[in-house]
Ligand binder design. Sequence first.
Ligand SMILES: Nc1ncnc2c1ncn2[C@@H]1O[C@H](COP(=O)(O)OP(=O)(O)OP(=O)(O)O)[C@@H](O)[C@H]1O
Length: 251
Amino acid sequence: MGILEVKNVSKNFGGLKALNNVTLDVRENTVHAIIGPNGAGKSTLLNCLVGKLIPDTGSVMFDGQSVLGRKPFEINQMGISRVFQTPEIFGDLTVMENMLIPIFARRDGAFRMHAIESVAHESAVLEQAEKMLIDMKMIDKRHMHAASMSRGDKRRLEIGMCLSQEPRLLLLDEPTAGMARADTNNTIDLLKQIKAERDITIAIIEHDMHVVFSLADRITVLAQGTPLVEDEPQNIRGNPKVREAYLGETA
Ligand SMILES: Nc1ncnc2c1ncn2[C@@H]1O[C@H](COP(=O)(O)OP(=O)(O)OP(=O)(O)O)[C@@H](O)[C@H]1O
């Protein structure tokens, strides 16, 4: 049994079958990559997991409970946290201020800007934010404005902000898109660290095969809205069906 169980999910846009009977199990405490050529349905699937889209048919269960029909914030409260392609951080705020936002939001149910102004009196919140910045190896950057950091550090901060919500499932949507190699390698190292140190399941959509093969325990290949194959990385690499789906792309 997986912590996330997708069964017979289909989603049409007009006449287009973006997802066609997708079944997929993500096992607890693994990194599960979902790969596939452009237009394969990866983002559509992710959107069905977080309540941004409702499938036409099928079921999506997280830890035995259906996520379908729930709003994104309710799914987040169930323990699913999503990291977007473009980092969702506040560039005008410092690294520390950014980190405080999800911690206040989790404690108070909502975040209000004036919470940051009175944070000096909130030792528990400050301690939690500091601890996460230490874990993320960003404590020395706490006073920097988030906008001035490298893409890799912005991603690091955003992942830390997601982790402060203590999710059981972290969904990563192309976390290294547009990154230089050094930032990509940094992000791989961070995700390896998270995998080793935390009780967490990670599902990742990624085009960069170096990232996929560095991290994944299992890989599902989607093509034209249908799972083509699901297996361990060593069995995916040389799979002729996968090579065919990519039409010459490196898999
Ligand atoms: N809101 C929408 N309305 C209409 N068609 C859509 C919509 N969203 C996605 N599609 C179509 O559904 C198909 C699957 O798209 P999706 O974005 O899920 O693929 P993907 O695998 O994430 O692609 P990429 O790797 O390029 O991001 C594509 O043909 C896309 O054009």
